[in-house]
Design a protein around this ligand. Structure first.
Ligand SMILES: [Fe+2]
Ligand SMILES: [Fe+2]
Length: 264
């Protein structure tokens, strides 16, 4: 089994690389609300600064995790990583989306006075629809393509001429998902239920919080580990004579739905 980072964590290490090599450090980073997922190439120092988190304290906590960590996603077989993403994160996401939809319907009936729940429902519907089609696209096209690269099969039989374009589309959709999550947190009282909240509202906020946390880790594993490794593998397979990517720009229409602008 690949082992975790053998050297001490440095402030200049990319925060996404730290999370890949010390998976149990994700809990520390999440609790400090440090962005290791969408901006994983930032140094730990800059990521701590952006989150107003104490660098020395975070380094000590991550170091504690590193000392006992026995797993390193950056060195695991890609087929294991993809299985972990699909069987873990994708299954969990679909289950939570169904539960959130049900509890949201109950909460809307029981808290008719809380008008922000109507906005939350609009944002949630756009978020859920985009996310479900994103998961389907990964499972039916992109991940089979990456597994085909990993198995060094006939490249002409793979779904794409290059992994570059679908990866860039997925990255854009991840940004959109993070924007939606931020909007859901804002509309959802920071996921802290108000006094006298119904059971449905409490369950709704708990599930939204769990979904946010899981999606952070899920996006991190794709943005910071799976996609860079797939791009590197493709470069190695095609060699220096590989044609440049056929697509140099992402069409604006790719971003399917934006979160609504904040209400004043
Ligand atoms: Fe995914
Ligand atoms: Fe994804």
């Amino acid at each position: 089994m690949p082992s975790a980072m053998g050297v001490f964590i440095k402030p200049s290490d990319p925060v996404g690389l730290i999370a890949a090599r010390v998976p149990s450090a994700v809990r520390v980073l999440e609790e400090a609300r440090i962005d290791y997922h969408g901006s994983g190439s930032r140094s730990l120092r800059d990521a701590c600064s952006a989150a107003s988190a104490p660098l020395e304290r975070i380094m000590a906590l991550v170091e504690e995790q590193r000392a006992t960590e026995s797993f390193d996603w950056s060195a695991a077989p890609l087929s294991d990583l993809i299985a972990h993403i699909v069987d873990g994160h994708h299954v969990f996401t679909r289950e939570l989306l169904r539960r959130i939809e049900s509890n949201l319907a109950h909460a809307l009936r029981q808290h008719a006075d809380r008008l922000h729940l109507i906005d939350l429902e609009v944002t949630f519907r756009a978020f859920s629809e985009d996310l479900l089609s994103h998961l389907d696209m990964e499972e039916t096209s992109l991940f089979p393509h990456i597994l085909g690269l990993a198995h060094r099969g006939d490249l002409s039989e793979l779904p794409y001429s290059s992994v570059d374009f679908p990866v860039r589309v997925m990255n854009i959709e991840h940004e959109s998902a993070e924007d939606h999550l931020g909007e859901l947190r804002r509309l959802g009282d920071n996921f802290v239920p108000p006094p006298r909240a119904s059971g449905a509202l409490r369950a709704l906020y708990a599930d939204l919080c769990a979904l946010e946390r899981d999606i952070h880790e899920h996006i991190h594993l794709e943005n910071n580990v799976l996609f860079p490794r797939a791009l590197e593998m493709e470069r190695t397979l095609l060699g220096p004579d590989a044609p440049p990517s056929r697509t140099s720009a992402i069409p604006a229409s790719i971003r399917i739905s934006e979160p609504p602008p904040p209400r004043r």
